[in-house]
Each structure stands twice: as structure tokens, then as C-alpha cells.
Design a protein around this ligand. Structure first.
Ligand code: SF4
Length: 105
């Protein structure tokens, strides 16, 4: 089965609100398919077989993993920034001392 074998199939996308081709669902502006690909297409053809044929188990798990809520991502970014700041403090703060007065005139 070629990867583009189902590309001409069409379905109404519940996210976009209009008809899309399978070609879009399997590569929606990036290499990996839309995370909803199995939910949307299972009634039209054996999309599970399509995924098994063209992707590894790890890739399939990654594709079908639900996206993290934006709030969780934001919390993670804040935690990473806090950890980075702590690390810089422990390393002696040399960078911050150099930074003082560097911007002022
Ligand atoms: S797989 Fe994604 S892009 Fe394709 S119809 Fe479903 S929600 Fe829309």
C-alpha cells in the first residue's frame, strides 16, 4: 500500500469545519498525521492498517497522544525558567554580575 493511496478520499473535518482530503490529515503542514486521524477515518477505510504500515509503534503512539493543554505547557515553561534561574544562581551568578550596568549609560 502506497502512502498516498488514500489521499483523494474526503471527509468533513470537525476541527476545520469543511471538507478535507486524507492527504491533509496524514500531513497537515508537518510530517506526522493529525492526532485525530484514527477517530475521523476508521469508518471510511482501515486507517489503523494504514498507520501500522507506514509508521513505527513509537510514532503511532506519538501521533495519537492527545496534545497537552496549553495551561500545562505554560506551567512547564515557568518551571523550566525557575530551574534555569536556580542553576544560574548556584553557578555563582557570574553572568548576572556582568550584566549589571551593561545596559545603562
Ligand atoms: S484527521 Fe484531523 S484534519 Fe483530518 S478530518 Fe480529522 S480532525 Fe480534521
Amino acid at each position: 500500500m502506497a502512502k498516498d493511496e488514500h489521499d483523494e478520499r474526503q471527509i468533513r473535518c470537525r476541527r476545520l469545519g469543511h471538507v478535507v482530503y486524507f492527504s491533509y490529515c496524514r500531513a497537515p503542514g508537518r510530517e506526522t498525521p493529525c492526532p485525530k486521524i484514527a477517530d475521523c477515518w476508521f469508518e471510511k477505510f482501515d486507517v489503523a492498517e494504514f498507520l501500522r504500515t507506514h509508521y513505527t509503534d513509537d510514532e503511532i503512539n506519538e501521533i495519537l497522544e492527545p496534545p497537552k493543554p496549553k495551561m500545562a505547557t505554560l506551567v512547564e515553561l515557568i518551571q523550566q525558567a525557575q530551574e534555569r534561574a536556580k542553576r544560574q544562581e548556584k553557578e555563582g551568578g557570574a553572568g548576572t554580575a556582568e550584566g549589571k550596568g551593561g545596559r545603562g549609560k
